[in-house]
Design a protein around this ligand. Structure first.
Ligand code: FES
Length: 368
């Protein structure tokens, strides 16, 4: 710290080179050179326009404040998008394809909000804060007590020189922009609430209870969309599956969440190994269908240990016993895995006998 000198000669004399290491000849050369091979310390300092022209300084001040104000506007747009846009409406965006309109609007407004604060801070530093250049000699990194005191003094000096007290409009708009900035995070907490527990907005219980599974819906393989016969699944096997209608629902109803909510796994065990189910006879010849979405915070699960019939979530190690009604036997999940009652149609393909009897996915709303 004590080696910091300003380019105008204040403080310790400048030795004409930057960042050199004393006692090491090969490092005793200037490390950074400017145009024409001059040591950086010898390049004449050119004042910025805002240093010599008060009008330019005021213009820069307005630019910075405008960026902070724009950030505040983005926060307002974020809240409006969150409240007003239907989360199930999709739009087509070149390169990305079809995406949720609300997600797109939230990402755009939040991103622009962050960008405007950052851009405003950079503009402020580049155009209005002091641009005094300093040279620092390289030396032992351990600081002495004296250097600590000096650092504290420099910090205070920097605070003063940054103009935080001087540029009132910038200070106020920055404080206002930073004060508004946590609002998007707070607003999104709405998703944790429901009318049931005194919150507002659509109940997550309702949203997660509505899946694409209805009575008679054929079960198809995830990815290839092929109908499944019971004999396609060997004892000890696991198949990831979806409702047959899922592609149509996604395309016609523009409902991208439908796929995630409807994802299931089919596992097969010997019928006498099944100790309990969530409903009488909900299996078909030892084939059980469970939601694939972890009831902790919603990771997809397909790690199945066929000898113990345990299903392990890779995210936080919640473990469910599929031979015992999908109950939780380990980990942070607070609720069993929802089971789908299944049977076969007249052609012998597996179908759902009814929708899920309870909401799929995370169960935060049930916590006390
Ligand atoms: S999401 Fe499965 S244990 Fe956390």
């Amino acid at each position: 710290m004590s080696d910091l000198t300003t380019r105008d000669g204040a403080g310790t004399p400048d030795h004409g080179h930057d960042f050199t290491s004393e006692g090491q000849d090969d490092l005793a050369r200037p490390l950074f050179r400017g145009p024409g091979g001059l040591p950086a310390a010898d390049i004449p300092h050119r004042p910025r326009r805002s240093d010599i022209d008060p009008k330019a300084a005021r213009r820069a001040e307005r630019q910075v404040a405008s960026l902070f104000i724009l950030s505040m506007v983005m926060v307002v747009f974020f809240v409006v998008a969150y409240v007003a846009i239907d989360p199930y409406v999709n739009i087509y965006v070149p390169v990305f394809g079809e995406i949720g309109y609300q997600n797109f609007a939230l990402g755009l407004t939040f991103g622009l909000g962050v960008f405007c604060i950052g851009a405003g801070a950079i503009q402020w530093a580049k155009k209005l804060m002091p641009d005094t250049e300093v040279v620092q000699e390289r030396h032992s990194l351990r600081s002495t007590k004296h250097e600590d005191v000096e650092a504290a003094e420099q910090y205070e000096r920097g605070k003063e020189e940054s103009g935080f007290g001087q540029y009132r409009i910038i200070r106020r708009t920055l404080i206002a922009a930073l004060a508004l900035f946590p609002i998007p995070l707070i607003v999104m907490l709405r998703d944790l609430w429901s009318p049931k527990n005194g919150g507002f907005g659509p109940s997550p219980v309702v949203l997660l209870s509505q899946t694409a599974w209805v009575e008679g819906m054929p079960i198809v393989t995830d990815g290839t969309y092929v109908k499944i016969r019971p004999e396609d699944i060997p004892v000890g096997g696991l198949v990831s599956a979806l409702p047959e209608d899922i592609e149509r629902i996604q395309k016609e109803e523009h409902n991208l969440n439908a796929r995630g909510k409807a994802a299931i796994i089919l596992v097969r065990m010997e019928p006498d190994e099944i100790r309990a189910q969530q409903g009488e006879g909900w299996d078909f010849q030892g084939i059980l269908a469970y939601s694939k979405i972890c009831t902790h915070v919603g990771c997809p699960i397909a790690l199945y240990e066929h000898r113990t019939h345990h299903l392990l979530c890779p995210c936080h190690q919640s473990t469910f016993d599929l031979a015992d009604a999908g109950n939780v036997i380990f980990g942070p999940a607070a609720r069993r895995m929802p089971q789908l009652p299944i049977g076969v149609d007249e052609e012998g393909f597996l179908v759902a006998r009814a929708p899920f009897a309870e909401p799929v996915g995370p169960s935060f709303w049930e916590r006390g």
